[in-house]
Design a protein around this ligand. Structure first.
Ligand SMILES: [Zn+2]
Length: 66
């Protein structure tokens, strides 16, 4: 039996410690795209900058009530 989870967004395999951008947030999405570009070009200090920004931006998101 294959264990495929349908209906869930496909997660790119992020390296450990990388914050996940908030879904639906344009700022996070832009930061994540920039982070990927920085990683592709080997600019690790920029990658870490983007990680910090994504992590800190998380706090700016409205919390969902359950
Ligand atoms: Zn955000």
């Amino acid at each position: 039996m294959t264990n495929k989870t349908m209906g869930e967004p496909v997660h790119l395999a992020l390296p450990e410690g990388w914050p996940v951008p908030h879904p639906g947030c344009k700022v996070c999405g832009a930061l994540a795209a920039e982070r990927e570009r920085a990683q592709a070009s080997g600019d690790l200090s920029k990658v870490s900058d983007c990680n910090v920004e994504i992590r800190e931006h998380k706090d700016a998101h409205p919390r969902r009530q359950r």
